[in-house]
Design a protein around this ligand. Structure first.
Ligand code: DPM
Length: 358
């Protein structure tokens, strides 16, 4: 019996979007395997990001656009945890909040969904001037650089809305780019025409991973969540988040990564682009992590009354804090390599251009 048994019903906050609900239910199902007697109740909420649909995301420029209402509910004890796509969370959470667990990553890569008319083609073989829909600066900068024969236009709305716009024969889009993970989770995997390898398109920080946000000192919930924590994903995402945090970027400039963890060898490639994709700064670094061999088996040393150390707001859970510090350091180092090559100036310029309506 764990201390979690004192709370009968666990309240779980979620956005109302289909993806958010699928993800929330998935996490609850996983938790029920470990805590069969617990009851979970989903509390749904609309966020500002769900309501403002006519302005492009980078222009709104707010970090907690999709999370603010949910975090308030957490703070006020109306919900006990919230499931997020990790890539939608800022690298520093509001005071008192932590990522209690990062789950095993789905495919982190971007995927191309072709309109019916263009099925069978790839980005490279699409006709010159074909229009690709995305509202991600990261995707549009990489497209502009790697696929100069294509045009990019803004597209917003949830996945179903976007697929409908794509399939509209009178619509402008030849293809759209989305995270493979979201498409898979919503059962649209069959619409994936092409997966973009990291050499063709680096992904967003934390893409494909789910993060569970809770109150930093809610030991009952932290203990409840611990079995869901994935060692590899946690270390990779701490590194990715530390990279973005050191650069000082949110979704307000084109920034992307790719990481691998092979045994104890963590490797990260990080890049920033100008909005038009013409300038790029990209670097790769590796580091040997310290991972105690019995990391998975050993019960974590835990003294609930000591303040835990967080790594880019990630609570290490059953991952050793020591290995998280190594991952965090690698993220800082790769960011510093980019900063030494003028990354901050490029990002500042990108932000200026966005505000000026480019
Ligand atoms: C963030 C971005 C996008 C989402 C920016 C980026 C994509 C916006 C767009 C930070 N959040 O990736 O450069 O393409 O218009 C989002 C998706 C998922 C989580 C959808 C997607 C699902 C995948 C996951 C929106 N957030 O990227 O296709 O769990 O990682």
């Amino acid at each position: 019996m764990t201390s979690t048994d004192t709370r009968d019903v666990i309240r779980v906050g979620s956005r109302k979007s289909e993806l958010a609900l699928v993800q929330t239910k998935y996490v609850i199902d996983c938790l029920k395997n470990y805590h069969p007697k617990k009851e979970f109740e989903i509390v749904t909420m609309n966020t500002k990001g769900d309501k403002i649909l006519n302005i492009s995301l980078p222009k709104i420029g707010e970090k907690s656009l999709f999370t603010e209402e949910l975090e308030l509910a957490l703070e006020h004890g109306k919900v006990d945890f919230v499931v997020h796509s990790l890539k939608d969370l800022p690298t520093t959470l509001p005071g008192g909040m932590a990522l209690g667990a990062i789950l095993k990553r789905e495919d982190p890569r971007d995927a191309v969904v072709m309109s019916k008319k263009n099925e069978g083609k790839t980005l490279a073989t699409l006709e010159k001037g074909s229009v690709i829909g995305t509202s991600s600066l990261r995707r549009s900068a990489q497209l502009a650089r790697n696929m100069p024969h294509l045009k990019v236009e803004n597209i917003r709305g949830n996945l179903n809305t976007r697929l409908k716009k794509l399939d509209d024969e009178n619509g402008p889009f030849a293809a759209i780019i989305l995270a493979a993970a979201g498409l898979k989770r919503l059962g649209w995997e069959k619409r994936i025409s092409q997966i973009l390898e990291p050499e063709e398109a680096l992904y967003a920080i934390g893409q494909g991973a789910l993060g569970i946000e809770c109150r930093e000192t809610d030991w009952q919930i932290l203990t409840l969540l611990e079995p869901l924590c994935d060692l590899q994903t946690t270390l990779r995402c701490v590194c990715e988040r530390s990279f973005l945090k050191t650069l000082g970027g949110g979704c307000s400039a084109p920034v992307a990564v790719s990481t691998t963890l092979d045994g104890k060898e963590l490797s990260v490639t990080g890049a920033v682009w100008s909005l038009d994709g013409k300038t790029i700064i990209m670097e790769t670094l590796n580091s040997k992590l310290y991972i105690p061999d019995d990391d998975d088996n050993e019960p974590p040393e835990k003294c609930p009354y000591l303040e835990p150390r967080l790594y880019c707001s990630v609570s290490p859970g059953k991952v050793s804090g020591m290995s998280c510090s190594y991952a965090e350091k690698l993220g800082k180092d790769i960011a510093q390599k980019l900063i030494d090559k003028n990354a901050v100036e490029i990002m500042t310029q990108a932000r200026k251009e966005i505000l000026n309506g480019k």
